[in-house]
Design a protein around this ligand. Structure first.
Ligand code: NDP
Length: 444
């Protein structure tokens, strides 16, 4: 059995039921095959892959909190500190009822390579809880966040592990978490990113993942002789990533026709009204059913179906495994040119394969959505210098990083004779730097 197959088998045997983690490991290791095979003996002797797929540390803790009626609830908190070979652990905190160890491990594993691709000195980590922020009052959110941080603060720090937002963790939650960290540790330091602008946040962080997704997609299209202006774009999700992806796609002259949330999706033949979307989701925290009130010409549909409309570019920006084989077939049949992942692992393995085999340009999340963590690292730099950059400086730095990521992954794919396979390119380019650092630091 090859070294890659051995390690995939070990991961499945040793981490039963962690399906998303198995999927992420398979996707990465399969595409690293040519790199591993070139150095198989050396990597095997140093157990490099085993060390890569085993987190350096995983923390699981109880989070008791009290609701507005005085009822006590218990949730589970997680922080997986996956790999610190190239810098302190960095990755978001997800608050969603679906959260379990396997999901946090898949996200933390992906984060290692994504962070490496940014070219910035940040290692991989991820955390979160099965707490559901939906329908909770601000006081309940604060009660949860304070309790969560009371335990988490023992393991993080500005030079150790710097969490950020993710699904369910926006600026409100980051504020409560930061306040509690500062109170317990008596330290005003850049321990979290995605902070408010009045206490150390970076301009352009809110927009970064969505804007970055469009900067890299635009670069990929340009390098393939395609102009994004005038193209039709389908987006899923209506959260932080989706909103700013839609905004930038429209700035670049494309027409975005869909958005979705966890209950349904909208189709707007005239182009999504991003101001309306921001009001519904960012201000009123309401459902997408509200969208029709702003745009009577639009349609609202319950459930799945966001990929059923004819489109040139698809940008899945909601959650993992939201674009499956059936969706991929529909997109291909409708002539899709490119798919770029705003969310983490939104495309199933068989759907990715179908898209790539059908000649669709496919950008994986670890490259396409790296703008968020890249700007988080820029926030860390600003916090260290006790200084704030202008929006233009942060945004232009982000744009350059995204363009560099594209060329980096394009080159890595070509070096192994895998032209235009950006999945392989991203995994190879991300892996090379981490592997080199791990080998240099000895068996740790
Ligand atoms: P938000 O919580 O702001 O938005 C998530 C969106 O996806 C919402 O519209 C939500 O619907 C929808 N959604 C969530 N879970 C499901 C589900 N199970 N089924 C269908 N729809 C769902 O999160 P973000 O925009 O921050 O994150 C979206 C994705 O991007 C995630 O995969 C995240 O890991 C990834 N990402 C985020 C980064 C960031 O900077 N924010 C950086 C890199 C990656 P509803 O409104 O109903 O909750």
């Amino acid at each position: 059995m090859s070294y890659v197959d051995e390690v995939i088998k070990q991961v499945i045997d040793q981490n039963p039921m962690e399906y998303e983690f198995h999927q992420a490991v398979k996707e990465v290791l399969e595409s690293l095959r040519p790199v591993i095979e070139k150095n198989e003996e050396k990597y095997r002797r140093e157990a490099l892959l085993e060390r890569l797929v085993n987190p350096e540390r995983q923390i699981k803790f109880r989070v008791p909190w009290i609701d507005d009626n005085g009822q006590v609830h218990i949730n589970t908190g997680y922080r997986v500190q996956f790999n610190s070979a190239i810098g302190p652990y960095k990755g978001g905190l997800r608050l969603h009822p679906s959260v379990n160890l396997g999901i946090i491990k898949f996200l933390g594993f992906e984060q290692i390579f994504k962070n490496s691709l940014t070219g910035l000195p940040i290692g991989g980590g991820k955390g979160g809880s099965d707490f559901n922020p939906k329908g909770k009052s601000d006081r309940e959110i604060m009660s949860f966040c304070q309790s969560f941080m009371t335990e988490l603060c023992k393991y993080i720090g500005a030079d150790t592990d710097i969490p950020a937002g993710d699904i369910g963790t926006g600026s409100r939650e980051i504020g409560f978490l930061f306040g509690q960290y500062k109170r317990i540790r008596s330290l005003f330091e850049g321990v979290l990113t995605g902070k408010g602008l009045s206490y150390g946040g970076s301009l352009a962080r809110t927009e970064a993942t969505g804007y970055g997704l469009l900067y890299i997609t635009d670069e990929m299209l340009k390098c393939n002789g395609i102009d994004i202006a005038g193209k039709t774009v389908s987006v899923s999700g209506s959260g932080n990533v989706a909103i700013y992806a839609i905004e930038m796609a429209e700035k670049l002259g494309a027409k975005v026709i869909t958005a979705s949330d966890s209950t349904g999706w909208v189709y707007d033949p005239d182009g999504i009204d991003v101001a309306a979307l921001k009001e519904i989701k960012e201000v009123n925290r309401a459902r997408l059913t509200e969208y029709k009130k702003y745009r009577p010409n639009s349609e609202y549909h319950e459930g799945k179906g966001v990929w059923s409309k004819k489109t040139d570019i698809a940008l899945p920006c909601a959650t993992q495994n939201e674009l499956d084989l059936e969706d991929a077939r529909m997109l291909v049949d409708n002539g899709v040119i490119a798919v770029a992942e705003g969310a983490n692992m939104p495309t199933t393995l068989d759907a990715t394969e179908h898209l790539q085999k059908s000649g669709v340009l496919f950008l994986p999340g670890k490259a396409a959505n790296a703008g968020g963590v890249a700007t988080s690292a820029l926030e860390m730099s600003q916090n260290s210098e006790r200084y704030s950059w202008s929006f233009d400086k942060a945004n232009s730095t982000l744009k350059n990083i995204m363009i560099d990521i594209f060329h980096n992954i394009d080159d890595a794919a070509s070096r192994y004779g895998l032209e235009k396979d950006y999945v392989a390119g991203a995994n190879i380019a991300g892996f090379e730097k981490v592997a080199d650092a791990m080998m240099a630091q000895g068996i740790v």
